[in-house]
Design a protein around this ligand. Sequence first.
Ligand code: PLP
Length: 380
Amino acid sequence: MDKLTKLEKYRQCSDAAIVPSGLESTAFIQGRSATAETGAELIYARQDYPGCLVAEDVLADYEHATSCMAFSSGMAAATSIFQALDPGSSVVVPKQVYWPLQVWLNEFSGNQGIQVNWVERAETDAILAAIDDNTKLIWVEMLTNPDLHLLDVRGLSRRTRGDIKLVVNATCLSPILAKPLDLGADLVMHSVTKIIGGHNDLIGGAVSTAVEDDFWQKLSRLRWVLGNGMSARDAAMLYRSLMTLKQRVLAASANALEIAERLQGHPLVDKVIYPGLSTYKGKNKLKSNLTGEGYGPIIGLHMRLDSEQCRDFCANTLVWRNATTFGGYMSCLEHRASAEYMINQSQNDYVRLSVGLESVDVLLDDLFCALEHYELPIAV
Ligand code: PLP
């Protein structure tokens, strides 16, 4: 068999496969006269490759975006956005954002000539008050990890100066439950490692934009020269995950709501935090920011247990995995303070649950059994 025949066979196979194939190729055949400037659209995977383009297009549709870019991790996506700013820019960031991003902003953003105006709480008025003449970007998490505080993105975007980019990290909600671009945000970012990936088998980040402006072009060039785009294998896995995203998110959200409701009133649970509960602070006001399809997989529990007991409780479950992630089809839980260092955000009594697709009864039984090891508070 000569080389051409092999290639033809391969192409036939790609065309006939019902699972998209060839998505993982990282280099592409160029025409005879192609140069880097005038050549084929696909050249080399650090710029673009089919697997990534396909996944990006699907995600852009979910976000109601013009375009989407996939990165090697959520942190790569987040830090690239800050690196695309001009030196001398200031940014406004509430302290209720994913803690390694705070580490990057504290330690490395100065090297880029960026000043960070930190805000104690992710509240609209406090964020607006931190804007100065050089502010070019506001970074917020729409539903904060780990403490599940919902931010009014529509209200914030209405009151933000036009030359400031409002960037919304919507990792804890997914584009099924929130579409920040429809609410006036300029960019939406996800750690697709979490809900969007949904299987705990890929790591990645994604940024989607309302308009392909100069900043977007700069971000794209930055990804090319830094080489921090998503890997071909992860992009293929991401494409697979996107095909079931809606079903997974709706099912996990329905499970989470039922579990949150049934955990309320357990004598060892002081407080259940879940945006779908009637007890959730500010829920009605902020409901209109969401698509109305649910509230996501994450539940926060303030336990009537000390730090060691919380860790022990998490380790004693059989169905729930004691792991530091969320949004997968399998349920996970963790004592959050034990997973944080350098910047501590969580109280010692806080356990974060990520509800998956298992049966609610099985999941609750598992939690209740693990809690049987502890004495009930005397007052109850
Ligand atoms: N943003 C949020 C809200 C996260 O929870 C995480 C990770 O947990 C990230 C960003 C970073 O994503 P990655 O771990 O994919 O780098």
